[in-house]
Design a protein around this ligand. Structure first.
Ligand SMILES: Cc1cc2nc3c(=O)[nH]c(=O)nc-3n(C[C@H](O)[C@H](O)[C@H](O)COP(=O)(O)OP(=O)(O)OC[C@H]3O[C@@H](n4cnc5c(N)ncnc54)[C@H](O)[C@@H]3O)c2cc1C
Length: 465
């Protein structure tokens, strides 16, 4: 049902019709704002080739809550594939699952293009929303408020609005205008790794591997992951330093590389298909962008990747972008759509959270490709789960807080640091008390005459040497 807040004359321009822009158009139109969405690409619902980033994405709690708020959750979830655990593939081909959370907790593999199409169609159902495809923002005059869009036929459209919402991605044209603003902070970091997508086809009309898992081949300095698709394929993403991608220049080198590091995956790809797939597209770069503030005055705000592009290793970029929309919507409720309060409040609330998830995503970059190979890491994961089971409100695993709650990201980081301190101290105390207890018992009840004779012990030690 639409909420009546007397906003029908307020004109909002959403720049960017990707995932966050399309969802935002739904949120604003639902309130009755006059929404104009401007997207530089053609309408992907009619496009024959959809260019862009990852084919599928992991949708989790924050994203689902935002979709629920615009009545889209069930539709999207029904086309998603639940992934209950990570499935770790060792170099020998051994597979070991590590659950994401408690029983019943899972993330969903969803098709990016389908999600984008559904959100655009949902936005279009509101009479106050208008879509403008093939409209690229090329100029925006903050003083006069006029925005210039370049159409594909070379013509331009100049327009004004009451609020500009920049959802135009990591290389945002809206954000460029912020750069000329005094006291605007901005940083961007390219990680040394690139990514490449490869496809595992169905096998005998079924998934070639267990479908309800996010498959991971961690190899310390690089890794491959695979997410299932509805058509029973898997989209594999190989993350690797660019210099390593560049070393592989022939089909035979591709096979050698996979034979060495991912041997169990070769029969799944098929040798010939793998050789071709590898050279289909060059490896893509990954950038992490942080900026602050997210708004200018009462007329412009950034959301999604335009405000905070994060590396994809926590599966939170889109989820955080969707959460931006719901947080802004909550602020509109709280402050009766007064932009002079909502915009600064949005910056105040979201900047620390988005910066925290950017840092967590960088941290997970190392955890996924390297830590999951360590016995200590696996022990800690199990211990965290046991402690969480015993004290569900005191110890909550980091992944659970990030993925299955809406706890603010920056609070999660603080809590995680506190939990780690408590658990590590607990483990230290357990270790010290076992050593002291064992020593006490040995002194109190010394063992009978040793059954191993000293000369035999000496010989054994010499043989070891
Ligand atoms: C390999 C990879 C895997 C990922 N996996 C996940 C995952 O599992 N889970 C997750 O939550 N996130 C994931 N992400 C992150 C996620 O893709 C992004 O966070 C999300 O796409 C951000 O949406 P957005 O709408 O802000 O930006 P975008 O999706 O980039 O959309 C921006 C839109 O703006 C348009 N645009 C750009 N410039 C202009 C202009 N000048 N004028 C008009 N329009 C313009 C673009 O054409 C585009 O349609 C992944 C990212 C990558 C790279």
């Amino acid at each position: 049902m639409e909420r009546e807040v007397g906003v029908n004359n307020v004109k909002i321009a959403v720049v960017g019709g990707g995932l966050v822009g399309a969802l935002n158009a739904c949120f604003f139109a639902k309130r009755g704002f006059q929404v104009e969405l401007y997207e530089s690409r053609e309408d992907i619902r009619r496009a024959t080739v959809v260019k862009g980033r990852s084919i599928n994405l992991a949708l989790s709690h924050r994203g689902r809550e935002a979709l629920k708020a615009v009545g889209m959750e069930d539709k999207i979830v029904s086309k998603g594939i639940p992934m209950h655990a990570r499935m770790i593939h060792s170099p020998s081909g051994k597979r070991s699952p590590i659950p994401y959370g408690k029983k019943g907790q899972y993330i969903l593999s969803v098709d990016r293009a389908n999600l984008n199409k559904e959100l655009l169609s949902a936005a279009e159902t509101y009479p106050s929303a208008k879509m403008n495809f093939e409209h690229k923002l090329v100029d925006w005059n903050l003083e006069s408020g006029s925005m210039t869009f370049l159409r594909n036929d070379g013509s331009t459209k100049v327009t004004t609005c009451d609020l500009t919402v920049g959802c135009d991605g990591a290389f945002s044209a809206v954000r460029k205008r912020f750069m000329r603003q005094s006291r605007f902070n901005y940083s961007q970091t390219y990680i040394p790794h690139g990514y490449m997508e490869l496809t595992i086809p169905p096998k005998h009309g079924d998934f070639a591997m267990e479908p309800n898992f996010l498959h991971i081949w961690p190899r310390n300095t690089f890794m491959m992951i695979a997410l299932p698709n509805l058509d029973m394929t898997f989209t594999c993403t190989l993350f690797m330093p660019f210099e390593d991608f560049e070393k592989i220049t022939t089909g035979d080198e591709v096979l050698d590389f996979f034979q060495r590091y991912f041997p169990d995956s070769i029969p799944l790809f098929g040798e010939e298909a793998l050789k071709q797939d590898y050279f289909r597209l060059p490896a893509q770069a990954m950038v992490s962008v942080k900026c602050s503030p997210y708004h200018i005055g009462t007329t412009c705000v950034l959301m999604g990747d335009a405000a905070h592009a994060v590396v994809p290793f926590y599966g939170q970029g889109m989820n955080a972008g969707f959460e931006d929309c719901i947080v802004f919507d909550e602020l509109l409720d709280q402050y009766n759509c007064d932009f002079s309060i909502c915009l600064p409040e949005f910056t105040r609330l979201r900047v620390p959270d988005d910066h925290a998830i950017a840092d967590l995503a960088m941290y997970n970059y190392i955890e996924m490709r390297a830590h999951v190979n360590s016995k200590w890491f696996l022990f800690r994961k199990h211990l965290d789960m046991i402690l969480h089971y015993m004290m569900p409100n005191t110890i909550i695993p980091l992944y659970t807080m990030v993925t299955f709650t809406r706890t603010r990201y920056h609070k999660i980081v603080k809590r995680w640091q506190w939990q780690n301190k408590v658990i590590n101290r607990g483990l230290f105390l357990c270790g010290v008390s076992s050593v002291l207890g064992g020593t006490y018992l040995l002194i109190k009840h010394p063992p009978c005459t040793p059954s191993i004779k000293l000369d035999r012990l000496w010989n054994w030690a010499l043989s070891l040497k």
